[in-house]
Design a protein around this ligand. Structure first.
Ligand SMILES: Nc1nc2c(c(=O)[nH]1)N[C@H]1C(S)=C(S)[C@@H](COP(=O)(O)O)O[C@H]1N2
Ligand SMILES: [Mo]
Length: 298
């Protein structure tokens, strides 16, 4: 049996209290069904990983490099208050609250495959809004060609940042057409919960056709630019981690094959499966890269 939002949600009980009350009874009766309806167009029909799997096997180097480190240490991060500074080539720059960017009434469920560059994968039922809706809100100027993102830098709460594991703060970037693509979301929840800290609370990027490291967590800054931003992993090891980082079983990592992946939770022996071009989203996104040499633009 496949679990969907409507099976697991306690009527979206976690949603922002103020909006919940303002919207009244109609809202209380409706959101689960409405969200499930919206979800079907974009979501995979594969079985989602369990909440326990999704929240206990993480990459979030700000809290350590072990897969269990984020679940152990990310509670130290303060996520309220939180604001996202949006600037650069936009009409309405400023500091936006999570509620401004992802209002409860706009939330959708998206059940997406997540393929880490380390060759493991999961299926995660995110809740969030299209990044395009946020960019429309702030008004992208025609000269903008890229979107740059930054994670919170707060070594007092993010112990890993006291060490030069990566060049902090964690940075990522997308081309503007990738950012505007309907599959690209900013997530604020998973299953029926607000996003757990280890998964990038209170707001993180999810780009399902790219390797997981593109999906930057705990975002505090979004900048529209006309030059291609340099991402953290790309800067660290450009021969291994490109700007595009599209999932591609034909372009191996210099140190391992990208042809297959281990599905977390699928059992010790049964969990190996073929990796799909663009992580299975080729029908939706291949046209973004028409005419590009994907061996060079990895
Ligand atoms: N700020 C930040 N974002 C990050 C990372 C990180 O270390 N720091 N790890 C990335 C990697 S490598 C992956 S695979 C995904 C994992 O997301 P999850 O833990 O929610 O499954 O987050 C990405 N976003
Ligand atoms: Mo990853």
């Amino acid at each position: 049996m496949k679990l969907s939002w409507s099976d697991v949600t306690p009527k979206a009980a976690w949603l922002n209290r103020r909006n919940f009350m303002a919207a009244g009874a109609a809202f209380a009766a409706g959101p689960a069904v409405a969200m499930q309806g919206k979800a079907s167009k974009f979501s995979t029909d594969q079985d989602p990983n369990t909440f326990e799997e999704i929240t206990n096997y993480n990459n979030f180097y700000e809290f350590g490099t072990g897969k269990e480190d984020p679940a152990r240490h990310a509670a130290a991060m303060t996520t309220d208050p939180w604001s996202v500074e949006i600037g650069g080539l936009v009409d309405r720059p400023g500091a936006y609250g999570v509620e401004d960017l992802a209002p409860d009434a706009a939330l959708e469920e998206r059940i997406y495959r997540l393929r880490c560059v380390e060759a493991w994968s999961m299926v995660i039922p995110w809740i969030g809004v299209p990044l395009a809706s946020v960019l429309d809100k702030v008004g992208v100027q025609p000269s903008a060609k890229f979107v740059a993102f930054e994670t919170l830098y707060r070594p007092d709460e993010m112990n890993g940042q006291k060490y030069p594991i990566l060049d902090w703060p964690y940075r990522e970037g997308l081309r503007i057409d990738e950012a505007m693509h309907p599959l690209t979301i900013l997530a604020t929840g998973l299953y029926s919960d607000p996003l757990p800290n280890q998964n990038g609370a209170p707001i993180r990027l999810v780009v399902p056709w790219k390797y997981g490291f593109k999906s930057i967590k705990s975002i505090v800054k979004i900048t529209l630019t006309d030059t291609q931003p340099v991402a953290t992993w790309q800067a660290m090891q450009p021969s291994e981690y490109g700007f595009y980082a599209n999932v591609n079983p034909q372009v191996n990592h210099p140190r391992w094959s990208q042809g297959t992946e281990r599905r977390i939770g699928a059992g010790l022996f049964g969990g190996r499966q073929e990796t799909l071009m663009f992580n299975g989203y080729a029908d939706q996104v291949a046209s973004l890269y028409a005419g590009m040499d994907l061996m060079k633009n990895y």
